[in-house]
Design a protein around this ligand. Structure first.
Ligand SMILES: [Zn+2]
Length: 376
């Protein structure tokens, strides 16, 4: 099964190559070497990653194969496990069976996976939409959900009965956002897509294969869709209108091409942060010093996330290899000044200071996603 919002199958191919090139054999073994680390071990190894009690703030894990729980325990990892609704995909058409599947994952991982629920925006014009949705979300919060995903079908696919594209700041959603804030939960907003979604096919783009494989999501092929700028303006409006609501913009808030775009929003909206899911490569593509300075300045606003996932139909061993390779590569990039390879190009790691790594890989998720560490 493909994940409609992710590049993870694409990354997996690149990672398979990377694994051969850069992953020292010793780090691929299993065992207890990650446990009971008394202090932060040398960077450039998953031991350093594990020592931070890392949190992956953006995962789509829909299988309760116990191997995933064992993997998380070995890496001392927690994940936010995210639902989404997209009427173009059978599995994602409704809340079920996703919600039941993720609740099983929560159980099978001993709570290392935490539920991020969602709601169907499609019937926003039906009577009682907001009340019904709020009732559902409140039940999900009772069941342990700590966040609510909103998805890019807002702005890019969904139309009102009058034929207008429905934006994320549509007044019909406002009572729902107010309810989420009142429950001290967080919105994870995957709104819009990378710039390349609106641009002609370019094999050099990190997203090229994704839109070749998913033309129904390719805005360039749908000139009738709103512009990216219009969609992000609506997203910003929702953030501004709800200052008590924490909003984490998924995928660098779809401002992947230039860190200045993110900086502008962080300066304007204290209730806004972003996750790095499936967009770490965009940090590699920008000038290293600029990215490093940005990450240090806005060290409280970046949550590490990957967009990794798996379903019951996937090969668990292969999936977990991809997870491990992704964490290896990303950790190496953020924590060391070693060379990381992506699509035949090499990039020098950022060697971020340890307190900044601690925030990106752990503290910020704790702050922006209250409940991610479980009920205490
Ligand atoms: Zn995702």
């Amino acid at each position: 099964m493909k994940f409609p919002n992710s590049k993870w199958t694409l990354l997996s191919r690149a990672m398979a190559v990377l694994a051969v090139l850069i992953v020292p054999a010793a780090t691929l073994g299993t065992g207890s070497r990650y446990e009971a680390q008394p202090s932060l071990p040398p960077a450039g190894d998953l031991a350093g990653f594990s020592a931070l009690a890392p949190i992956d703030a953006h995962v789509h894990l829909y299988t309760d194969d116990p191997a995933f729980g064992a993997f998380m325990q070995r890496l001392n990892l927690r994940i936010l496990d995210i639902l989404l609704i997209d009427d173009r995909e059978a599995y994602f058409k409704g809340l079920e069976p996703q919600r039941a599947d993720v609740l099983k994952v929560v159980h099978s991982t001993g709570g290392r996976a935490v539920l991020c629920t969602t709601f169907s925006p499609y019937d926003l014009e039906e009577p009682g939409f907001a009340q019904r949705t709020i009732r559902q979300l409140d039940a999900d919060f009772e069941a342990g959900a700590i966040a609510v995903k909103i998805y890019k079908v807002m702005g890019m696919e969904m139309k009102s009965k009058a034929g207008k594209y429905v934006m994320p700041d549509d007044p019909a959603f406002e009572p729902i956002y107010e309810d989420i804030a009142a429950h001290h939960r967080t919105v994870v907003a995957h709104i819009a897509e990378p710039d390349s979604c609106w641009q002609p096919p370019n094999p050099a783009s990190p997203d090229y294969e994704y839109y070749q494989q998913n033309p129904q999501e390719y805005a360039y092929a749908h000139p009738e869709w709103p512009s990216k700028a219009a969609i992000l303006t609506a997203r910003d409006h929702l953030v501004a209108e709800n200052p008590k609501l924490r909003v984490v913009g998924a995928h660098l808030g779809s401002m992947e091409a230039d860190v200045d775009e993110m900086a502008q929003r962080f300066d304007r909206y204290p209730n806004f942060a972003v996750d790095t899911a499936a967009r770490v490569v965009y940090f590699m593509l920008q000038p290293r010093d600029k990215v490093r300075t940005f990450l240090i300045k806005y060290q409280d606003r970046i949550l590490y996330g990957t967009d990794l996932g798996a379903t019951a139909k996937d090969n668990t061993e292969k999936a977990l290899q991809e997870w491990e390779d992704t964490y290896e590569r990303d950790w190496k990039f953020f924590a060391t000044d070693q060379t990381v390879e992506y699509k035949g190009h090499t990039y020098k790691g950022l060697a971020l200071p340890e307190p900044v790594l601690r925030k990106i890989f752990h503290d910020n998720a704790v702050h922006w996603l209250p409940g991610i560490m479980g009920k205490s």
